[in-house]
Design a protein around this ligand. Structure first.
Ligand code: LIP
Length: 255
């Protein structure tokens, strides 16, 4: 990824609010080759397709390049996100609606050389050093990241969120990489991250890392497969942020 930041990019699809690259596919195939060699019995669910037995007890959830539009435009804010999920009822983290829960998470930003990791039941770490969410409990001191996903419906849902929050928080940030926004919450850089219509591969690893850093990772499945509304927070501000994001009079949806 890093070596290709300024290389010519070959797209596989382009819409008004999204871009897909050949490199997304190439990167996922490289990851798949390693994982299927080392863990032949597991299933791989990735942004660029699925591989293996869907009924497997374990699955890898992969976003080979999270922040693809940034990367396409030569903006060094993107990462690779890989989560291991198990079917079952492991204590410690809430399972997704399909019964899987994340037990291992890795997110790597090659541009800042920052590697976030988490294993269920253990503290999250950045480059091997334990991390924690912030303890800011006043909205006026908060940095909150918002994502707009890929379509007009989500813009219609998220712009009122931005409009309400912008007057109350210190700053709004829209960075274009969900996984990095999640680990920025886990590292105390952001105090919250909210997005609608976000995909499982964008959030699975970051969700465990946020929880393993003391934060809250709220999510609600939508009617589309592997698609969620999410609010990740530092815990101290969760209720204040949730009331502004999920207030049926102002924002999307109902709690
Ligand atoms: C991106 C997410 C971002 C979202 C974009 C896109 P991708 O993932 O990280 O938060 O707003 O629509 O889904 O496509 O770059 O892997």
């Amino acid at each position: 990824m890093k070596a290709n930041l300024f290389a010519e990019k070959k797209t596989t699809s382009t819409t008004q609010y999204d871009i897909k690259l050949e490199l997304d596919v190439e990167c996922q195939r490289t990851i798949e080759t390693i994982l299927t060699r080392e863990y032949p019995e597991s299933f791989i669910l990735g942004e660029e397709g699925d591989t293996g037995d869907e009924g497997a007890s374990h699955r890898w959830v992969i976003d080979p390049i999270d922040g693809t539009v940034n990367f396409t435009y030569g903006i060094p804010h993107a990462c690779v996100s890989i989560a291991l999920q198990e079917k079952g009822s492991e204590a410690g983290t809430e399972a997704y609606r399909d019964g899987y829960q994340t037990t291992v998470a890795v997110i790597y930003d090659p541009f800042c050389e920052e590697l976030w990791t988490a294993t269920l039941g253990e503290p999250a770490a950045l480059n091997g050093i334990p991390i924690q969410v912030s303890n800011r409990d006043r909205l006026e001191e908060a940095l909150v990241s918002v994502g707009f996903s890929k379509n007009e419906q989500t813009l219609d849902q998220m712009l009122p969120v931005v409009n309400a929050l912008a007057y109350e928080v210190r700053k709004i940030r829209t960075m274009g990489a969900a996984a990095l926004a999640m680990v920025y919450v886990a590292s105390g850089r952001f105090d919250g991250y909210v997005e609608n219509n976000i995909r499982l591969w964008d959030i699975a690893a970051g969700g465990l890392i946020v929880e393993s850093a003391g934060g809250v990772f709220w999510r609600r499945a939508t009617e589309d497969p592997h698609t969620f509304q999410i609010l990740a927070s530092n815990r101290a501000l969760h209720e204040k942020l949730a009331s502004r994001c999920f207030n049926p009079d102002k924002m999307w949806g109902q709690e």
